[in-house]
Design a protein. Structure first.
Length: 270
């Protein structure tokens, strides 16, 4: 038997003895003192410190593993609940890309200056290519207050949308995220052949400003506090998750299993 194992076994024996015969232990101060001295000596040794350190490390690893498992189970249960009771969000006047009769609609809340939203942008591009006939994406602006370029960029893109060029402008902003500013907006508008006078007027219009405010209100109402945030046929995805996560949700909707579950839940309520 190794010294560490022997020590742990001895310690366990002492703890059990204390639990079941505290009175007897209290009457043996010499034994207690000997144990304390042995413990102090052991903990002062290299092998003792290494053993304790390893035990503590293993303890926290186990607790972290248990916590992760619990979080995964809770997240899975929450997602199942969302498939049964998806959130309903109107596309409204938001720019949309993809077929009008798509079986899956993704509502995206994004910020043109947010680096995580750039990841979301890349992921949505991958989703567009993977599901050209089955998915459409609606873009809603959620410019964060600590991103000074986010709202002007959103206004510039929506103004371009008044001339049918939102998505081209949207792509240019994300592809040149490090250069956001008036110079980029004007250069992009010119490159896209926009009527510059109309574009500038629309960018400063109350209508465009209100659309952004409305998008922000919808996001807040549905629990989107940071960006990016998505709803895949009403199932929330909060954060820059990889395309595989979106595909898992989309494939479930396309399989029809989630629709059956949602209908069953609705029938149960009625």
């Amino acid at each position: 038997m190794t010294r560490t194992k022997a020590f742990l076994n001895a310690g366990l024996a002492v703890i059990l003895a204390f639990g079941f015969s505290g009175a007897a232990m209290a009457e043996t101060p010499k034994a207690n003192k000997a144990f304390e001295d042995s413990m102090t000596s052991y903990l002062a040794s290299d092998s003792g410190q290494a053993a304790v350190g390893k035990a503590v490390e293993e303890y926290f690893k186990k607790r972290q593993s248990e916590a992760r498992k619990q979080q995964e189970e809770q997240a899975s249960a929450a997602m199942e609940e969302q498939f049964k009771n998806p959130v309903k969000i109107d596309v409204g006047s938001s720019p949309v890309i993809g077929p009008a009769d798509a079986k899956v609609t993704i509502i995206e809340f994004s910020d043109f200056q947010c680096p995580y939203c750039k990841r979301g942008y890349d992921t949505m591009k991958e989703i567009e290519q993977a599901y050209p006939k089955d998915v459409r994406i609606a873009f809603k602006n959620l410019p964060l207050p600590f991103h000074p370029h986010a709202k002007p960029a959103a206004m510039a893109a929506l103004a371009a949308g008044k001339q049918g060029k939102f998505w081209e402008f949207h792509d240019a902003l994300f592809e040149n995220q490090a250069d956001l500013g008036d110079k980029l907006y004007e250069a992009t508008a010119q490159k896209l052949g926009l009527n510059m006078e109309k574009w500038k007027k629309d960018m400063a219009s109350p209508e465009v400003a209100k659309q952004i405010e409305d998008d922000m209100a919808v996001g807040a109402k549905n629990g989107i506090q940071g960006t990016p945030g998505f709803f895949v046929n009403g199932v929330a995805v909060k954060g820059a998750y990889p395309a595989s996560h979106f595909k898992m949700i989309i494939d479930r909707w396309l399989s029809g299993k989630s629709a059956v579950a949602a209908n069953a839940a609705a029938d149960k309520k009625s």
